[in-house]
Each structure stands twice: as C-alpha cells, then as structure tokens.
Design a protein around this ligand. Structure first.
Ligand code: AMP
Length: 425
C-alpha cells in the first residue's frame, strides 16, 4: 500500500468552516481600502530572486535564511515571493502606472512563502492582504493607510489590536543614526553572529528578542534624536491625522521591522492574545525602494496584514468565526421522481439568488431532516410520491416547526417570498 501524504511542514489545509472564515477575514481586511478607491493588483507567485535581494535587503533574515529560491529548468534564479511590496512596486514600474495620475493606490490578497521555523502564527506558507500607495510623500497618505488598516481590524470586531508607531527618518537622516548606533553596538560584548549583523544591518539588532541583548540596548541611541526638521514635521502630521481619526497609537522609538526598505513612518499592529508572534500586521514608508529596484525616485507607503494571525486574534478574543455559510432552503425528495422535480426547484432557487441544498443518494426522511437541520436552512421542502400526485410540496419552517402545503407550480416563487421575509425580519 502506498503511504499517506501530509501537507509539507509549516503549511496547512484550510477546510470548512475555517476555510470560509479565512475568506471572510480576507474580505473584511480589504473592505476599507476598496471603499477608499484602491485598485486590485495581482503579481506572479514567483519573481526573479534578485528583486528580493535588492528590494528586501541583502542582510535581512528574509533574504539570508527564509527564501524559497530555486533555479528553473531554463537556468533562471527565481524565488517564491516572501512579501508583496517589492513585486507590486516592480509591477507599477513595469506597467508604467507611475507615469499616470499619482498617487497610485493598490491592494492585493495573496500567499507568501518564508522558510521559517514553524510555530503558532508562524507558517512557511501564509497569506496577507496588502495595500500600497505609490508616488506621494504626503504624510496624509501614511495616515490614510494606517487608518484603513485599523478600521479593518475594528470592523472584524477586534478590540485588542494595538498600533505601534515610529519614524526611521529619511534616507538623508538615517545614515547618521546608523553610524551612531553602530558605534554604540561595537562597544558591546556580542557574539560573532550579532557582531556581523552590527556591521551589515545594525538596526536589526534592535529587533533581537534575547533579554540580555535588550538590556544592553537600553542606552542605545534612538532614531528620534537623529530626525531632521522635515522628518519631524512629517511624523507630527501623521500623528495629528491619526488622532483626528480617533486612532490610538503608542510611540515605540525602538520599533524596527525585518525588511530593509523602510524610511520615515513605520508601524506595527500587535495583539496580546497570540503568544510570541504578536504582530498581526505592519508596514511603513519606503521612499528609496523604487531606486533600489531600478526605478526612478518614487516615494511610497503601504502595509501587509496577516490573515491567519488576524483569525487567531479573533479566536483569542472569543469572536465567532465569520463567514460560516448556510443555506436558506434544504430540499428533501423522497423517491426518484421527487428527486428529479426538486433538483429543478433547487436549480431555479440558486439561479434566483436563494442559497439552497438538496439531499441526494436516496436518503430517507429521518437522515435527510437531520442534514436539513445541520445545514442551517430556515426552510425544509419535503416532497414524497403522494405529494407529487397531489401537485404539492410540504414547506417546513425549521425554526418554528410549522408546516404548510404549497402547490409545486408556485413553490419557487413562494420560497423566494418566505426567504426574503426571513432576511428582512
Ligand atoms: P511582514 O511582511 O513581515 O511585515 O509581515 C506582515 C504580517 O504578515 C505580519 O504582521 C504577520 O501578521 C504576517 N506574517 C509574516 N510572516 C508570517 C508567517 N511566517 N506566518 C504567518 N504570518 C506571517
């Protein structure tokens, strides 16, 4: 006998009802941007490896340890996308969207791949809903994207999402901070790997979760002391607009994120119910990214919200799984002739927008009625041989238990009216 297969480590199957819940979360996370005139964008699942090396940053964990990279049969080096911003910006540049009206506002919903150590909330294949605004350095677009993400969490009923906010400074002011941080870090007693990181990407050391490192970092210089007047003005406007929109935030002067391209505004949404992987989403401004991937100077800002972690946060808050589907009508034919007749009825109902299901396989009344109850339908329609002969169907209200006989010829119209009445009630 051949062995049974399992999904690869760090991946999972989505089956009902969780599959529906994930669909509903994706829908809800993209609701606010769709109402804000962002257009939908889709890019390939894999890209040239070099795009991520340059766009995400050569010294980031994502690039050095986590990419699914391979050489194709034709000899091309490609990588399953570990994130969405670099590919979307590549598409903007390639399609020339930046030569049209600015800013370009886009949203997307897709799968991403990172070879991480799997644990709760951290997978090797996961999904994000993302948004990017390209071609504007107005702080209002930073604030807009943040408000839209915060609104998405709120619309899902989440109350425990906190927004952490920082500014990393512009490409002009960041080098001075980087140098000062590097000076400070070189004076610490660090292991070889961390010392190497100090030279390559000192800001990433701030993200080191080890308590002894965190303690050693307490006196490290903070980026706020190195911001230019322009950076401060930008950041103050973002904060004012967030406050005006009723969005609470916490200033987090040591917040950095795992990708290299951020400038100025940086933010993360965290939730305390998730354990170690507390980030449910995050993003920031990336004014230098376009040039890094061969484009013109083109500022931008955006975010990615983790779909699975958002669902975990909802479960942590005890919110019901969203989107669990139900039908309005469940048809129960007793006998072949009734099955043929009800097949037609159910088809007509569905075509007319009424969600309907039908018992198949010649199941008996008792089993079929159980299935009707489980389906969540408001009405069961039972038709047996005697009903057929009389031209009738028995329509049972599954909530009240009331049953009426309805002429078969009028059944579809009758059910439409009943279902509409239930929806309106
Ligand atoms: P990032 O692209 O790293 O900024 O991630 C944005 C969001 O995607 C995070 O806040 C998480 O919610 C989610 N995310 C990132 N990596 C993973 C992963 N390995 N598994 C599940 N979700 C992830």
């Amino acid at each position: 006998m051949s062995r049974q297969f399992r999904a690869p480590r760090g991946t999972f199957d989505l089956v009902p009802p969780r599959g529906e819940a994930v669909l509903a979360v994706r829908e809800a996370l993209s609701g606010p941007v769709r109402r804000a005139a962002y257009g939908y964008v889709e890019t390939p699942t894999f890209e040239e490896t070099e795009l991520f090396v340059r766009g995400v940053g050569e010294s980031t964990d994502v690039v050095t340890k986590e990419m699914y990279s391979f050489v194709t049969r034709g000899g091309d080096e490609v990588t399953l996308r570990p994130e969405g911003t670099a590919p979307v910006l590549r598409a903007v540049l390639e399609q020339g969207l930046h030569r049209g009206a600015l800013p370009v506002k886009l949203w997307y919903s897709a799968s991403y791949f990172r070879y991480e150590r799997p644990q709760k909330g951290r997978y090797r294949h996961f999904s994000q809903v993302g948004a990017e605004v390209v071609g504007s350095d107005d702080p209002a677009v930073d604030a807009e994207t943040i408000v839209l993400a915060a609104d998405a969490y709120r619309e899902l009923g989440l109350t425990g999402v906190r927004l952490l906010l920082n500014s990393l400074g512009s490409n002009e002011s960041r080098p001075a901070y980087r140098a000062a941080l590097q000076d400070y870090l070189r004076g610490l007693d660090l292991d070889a790997e961390t010392r190497q990181r100090v030279e390559l990407n000192p800001m990433r050391v701030l993200d080191d979760k080890r308590p002894e490192i965190q303690a050693a970092l307490e006196k490290a210089p903070v980026v706020a002391d190195f911001l230019s007047a322009g950076d401060h003005a930008h950041h103050d406007t973002v904060r004012t607009l967030l406050t005006d929109a009723g969005i609470a935030y916490v200033d987090e002067p040591r917040l950095v994120r795992g990708l290299d391209y951020y400038t100025r505004t940086l933010f993360e949404f965290v939730h305390d119910g998730l354990g170690a992987q507390s980030a449910v989403g995050g993003g920031g401004r990336y004014d230098g990214l376009s040039e890094l991937i061969g484009g013109p100077r083109l500022p931008g800002v955006g975010w990615a919200l983790g779909v699975e972690r958002t669902l975990l946060a909802m479960e942590a808050e005890g919110l019901p799984l969203p989107g669990v589907p139900h039908v309005d009508v469940y048809a129960v034919p007793l006998g072949d002739r009734a099955a043929r007749r009800l097949f037609r009825v159910v088809t007509e109902l569905r075509r007319g927008g009424v969600a309907a299901d039908i018992s198949t396989g010649g199941r008996g009344l008792k089993g079929a009625m159980k299935a009707a109850d489980r389906s969540g339908a408001a009405y069961a329609v039972v038709v047996g041989e005697r009903d057929l002969a009389a031209g009738l169907a028995q329509v049972k209200n599954l909530t009240t238990g009331d049953q009426v006989a309805v002429p078969l010829d009028a059944l579809v119209a009758d059910l439409h009216v009943r279902v509409l009445a239930t929806v309106d009630a």
